[in-house]
Design a protein around this ligand. Structure first.
Ligand SMILES: Nc1ncnc2c1ncn2[C@@H]1O[C@H](COP(=O)(O)OP(=O)(O)O)[C@@H](O)[C@H]1O
Ligand SMILES: [Mg+2]
Length: 266
């Protein structure tokens, strides 16, 4: 594991309540460069809440967050890009009126001065910068093996392709840490396997925090895993240790029972 204070995202003792409901209860974890850290847990475990805390969408009631030794207390979402952190959200969230390349270029907004948004919306801009960004976007689309869709509108594309576009949009910011919330949701098992391989390749360039419901993707991809259940860390460690943990099995089994009895599952 990397040095927790200098090149990692470090969460200490994070607590979040919604009204009377405790969504996160004393959650601590770290994610460093060059490693893929998985956060798993059954539905309702608190994964998205944790993700939103890191992104600055939810302010924790207690605890601290730092990145590379810098405290991120009470940060706003736009601070992430400046710190070198990029994210995708659950779903895809692409802009329907822009083509694939333009959507990807939007991801660079936080780091460019003239702002790509101005380029897309026809305002004065640096065309040299726009050309550079377009080239980078096309390169990323090639890396994600969806270059043939570059000039199409995203709404016309299969869901799996849209998910890759949203990933490319995060990657164009050249993050040192990539945060992913359920990147595998809605993907076919082939797409999911390819996503796992892609994340392993990305690990050379950045740290990855993978918040994911799918146990198999996390097990096959992550270097370390943190398991949440009812807002608490119930296990953490390398995949083999977590897989063998009876409390983890129980947490996931409980979910199957609930799903079977309680109508439609996730
Ligand atoms: N905005 C909110 N208001 C009230 N309760 C919420 C809110 N967001 C999440 N919760 C609750 O917090 C718990 C954790 O939810 P969530 O973080 O979405 O879990 P997961 O992503 O692991 O499925 C759940 O019980 C959920 O119902
Ligand atoms: Mg969720």
């Amino acid at each position: 594991m990397s040095d927790a204070s200098t090149d990692s995202l470090v969460l200490s003792d994070i607590g979040v309540t919604f009204g009377g409901l405790t969504a996160l209860d004393g959650v601590s974890l770290s994610a460093g460069s060059g490693e893929i850290v998985g956060v798993i847990g059954p539905n309702g475990a608190g994964k998205t809440t944790l993700f939103n805390v890191i992104c600055g969408f939810i302010r924790p009631d207690s605890g601290t967050i730092s990145y590379r030794g810098q405290a991120m207390g009470r940060h706003q979402p736009h601070v992430l890009a400046k710190l070198g952190i990029a994210r995708t959200l659950q779903g895809v969230g692409l802009v329907p009126g822009l083509n694939v390349v333009e959507n990807v270029m939007l991801g660079a907004q936080g780091k460019t001065r003239s702002g790509f948004a101005s380029a897309v919306f026809g305002l004065p801009r640096s065309s040299r910068e726009e050309m550079r960004l377009r080239a980078q976007a096309l390169e990323l689309l090639g890396e994600l093996e969806i270059a043939e869709h570059a000039w199409k509108m995203p709404t016309a594309l299969p869901y799996g392709v849209q998910k890759r576009v949203s990933l490319a949009r995060a990657l164009i910011a050249d993050p040192t840490l990539l945060l992913l919330d359920e990147p595998a949701s809605g993907l076919s098992s082939d797409d999911m396997a390819e996503l796992g391989q892609l994340l392993r390749r990305l690990r050379d360039r950045m740290g990855v925090l993978l918040v994911e419901h799918h146990m198999d993707l996390v097990m096959s991809t992550c270097d370390r895993i943190v398991v949440l259940n009812f807002g608490r860390v119930i296990a953490s460690g390398d995949p083999d240790v977590v897989r063998a943990d009876p409390e983890v099995t129980r947490a996931y089994l409980g979910e199957e029972v609930r799903t079977a009895e309680g109508g439609p599952g996730a």
